[in-house]
Design a protein around this ligand. Sequence first.
Ligand code: B12
Ligand code: SF4
Ligand code: SF4
Length: 361
Amino acid sequence: MAFAEEIAQAAKLAATEAGFDLAGIAPVRQQDLPELSAFVEWVDAGRAGEMKYLESRTESGDLRRASATNAAPWVRSMVVCALNYSADKPYSVDAHDPRRGWISRYAWGSKDYHDALLPRLRQVEAAIQQSAGERGMTVETRSYVDTGPILERVYAKHAGIGWIGKNTCIIHQKLGSWLFLGVILTSLELPSAAASPDRCGSCTRCIDACPTQAIVAPGKLDARLCIAYLTIEKRGTVPEELRTGIGRHIFGCDICQDVCPWNNKAGNAPPTSLPEFQPQDQIYHPELRRLAQMDEETYRRVFRGSPVKRAKYSGLKRNVAIAMGNSGLQEFIPDLEKMASGPDASVAGHAEWAIKKLGPK
Ligand code: B12
Ligand code: SF4
Ligand code: SF4
């Protein structure tokens, strides 16, 4: 046990040295993680939408994500690390220029968060290996940043990183919720933290502010209604009845975090100083017209290394068409007409909808 405590300390120290803001250790036994069963209910209710990878099952028919042992039968504990990505820029709820679209805070930097976190996790993994080796022990380790079938927020809660808010995000009392998570599975039983206590209390600001009523109950999000899903994950057609609620969001959505008191308290949610998460001029709150006119090569250059690439060129243009339709600005009609007569049927269809929404010139 003394060795396990020392290795745990070495892991946490290495996490700090690698630049993580928070690190803790979570248990992996099912009985210690009651939230895992909520995932099964969530999938059964169809809330994953078209994100079929969340519904992947083991040979025995269990949902792969319902237990970390499905990814690694040897896992005995999990080191969870969190990195602050907040930036010194206004929140989306305070940005009202109808000529501009909103790209979610997590995508403003020059590097995709997977690429920013994985090398740091590898550093921590190496420290765990070294610390165990020095004590004559062997250890298996494996790192994931949203790259494996692990319910990262559940483990983050039980590693003491933060509680799962009613908006479903991990929130830390001081750092707020602008946090990326990464996990390291280990074959050692390391001493785990106490789970973070819930501090949402009677607050319901996130639920009340969500424009598409995607938070159907505290801690339960119907992804099919969430703007982040609709603008990032959903391919092809965005259901017409959901387009108005998307507003001017063109990639992701921050509203349920913008309104959260833990991101607004004086001194809370400080900006990160990491260079890779500093807002890029071309990405932060961009002009819709510039994006509507952007050719594919420029798109690839501007968004190189950025999570925005996940929406693909066609998806981003589709989102821009919806945002233009929601802007109330008829000056966008000529751009929309060009998009409506372009070769991409999905973009064209959404541009036609936007033209109709803006009404006759
Ligand atoms: C799929 C996914 C999405 C989907 C679905 C999100 C969702 N809330 O389910 C979509 C595309 C909508 C999405 C959006 C975003 N995502 Co996302 N996403 C994921 C992913 C890949 C899986 C999450 C998942 O399994 N969801 C299914 C639900 C059921 O699980 P859960 O959210 O963990 O929910 C738990 C709680 O709700 C809890 N629970 C159950 N009942 C109850 C009841 C109460 C009262 C409470 C409090 C809790 C609770 O148990 C559930 C698990 O069973 C994770 C990475 C990973 N591998 O975990 C990233 C991840 C969750 N996403 C992340 C981010 C940053 C975002 C966005 C902020 C991006 C953006 N700005 O657009 C938004 C946030 C939207 C939001 N409010 O959640 C971060 C979250 C960091 C944090 N601080 O929490 C993660 C961890 C990625 C990472 N490695 O950093 N995401
Ligand atoms: S990210 Fe936006 S759409 Fe999704 S739950 Fe939060 S406020 Fe609602
Ligand atoms: S807005 Fe309120 S209810 Fe929602 S996550 Fe933040 S504290 Fe919890």
